[in-house]
Design a protein around this ligand. Sequence first.
Ligand code: UT7
Length: 320
Amino acid sequence: MKFSKILATGSYLPEKVLTNQDLEKMVETTDEWITERTGIKTRHIAANEETTCDMAYQAALKAIAMADIDVNQIDLIIVGTSTPDAVMPSTACYLQEKLGIKVTSGAFDLQAACSGFIYALNTADCYIKTEQAKTALVIGVDKLSKIIDYTDRGTCILFGDGAGAVILQASDEAGVLGSKIYADGSYTSILECGGAVNQGQVMGNPYVTMDGQAVFKFAVRALSNVAKDLAESVKVDLGGIDWMVPHQANIRIIESTAKMLKLPLDKVVVTVDRHGNTSAASIPLALDEAVRDGRIKRGDLILLEGVGAGFAWGASLIRF
Ligand code: UT7
């Protein structure tokens, strides 16, 4: 049976940086409150004209360059995003056109909010294992700033924009050891952006609304449980993990999860202080950072995990 292996990673952050001091001028908040409650200091915000596809493209180019492959080898594109550029076509098709390639195994978007990358990675892994694709471009990207209400201090301090990418390729050696994805639609109301286009008008609230405390509690429980379930199903001892690359939502969620999994914090990749919560992009962004700065090395055992609106959550164990 074929495995899939991460050949390369890439990421992109927009140029504009929004600091806590900037937010102090926009809503009633303080750098001290944001730092203490979330660990976030800065986040990147895309320019008005910079699209989700533009960010995905930049991250993809970096991954393709690292993989050192002919771009035409890519036969599948999956984009995890909840902020596509258009209702249709998919961001993946816009990206395909920008890359100037034809694909033989499909190009599509996948919406699982902040877990979009884990869902996309798992889907691409299934395509490769079943020999429906050989080389997949898997992206997590979000331009959350376009659906954030910058007068709501409960949400606007948290989110940022960005993109992360991996090239996943068929291989005789593992690779992706396994993934688990879950969803529970009974939690839709604690985190949502319910607005939708209807007959030329936006129906419902086009901004993100959130019950922060409920999300916090759910996230810690879901992230520690899914990691344990996955480790058991692929028969891996969590004590042997070299790096955990979690969704970057709040440093306190990351610390609580690491504690529940008995993982020391020096084995956890953290970017939330500089990126904020970039939704589907946060895991591949953090992964790319740790690969490029040499922390994550070939052969390392990595746990990726994410949770977000839906609720949808999941994890992947990877031999890098
Ligand atoms: O990918 C998943 C996406 N979402 C998340 O992961 C979010 C998870 N939740 C969280 O990160 C935290 O719940 C928050 C950071 C959103 C909030 O932290 P908290 O410790 O749960 O604070 P809280 O909501 O209990 O609010 C405490 C106080 C309240 O004031 P009172 O009622 O005690 O007077 C809030 O009104 O802090 C107030 N507050 C703020 N104060 C200054 C809420 N937001 C702010 C703010 N600045 N930005």
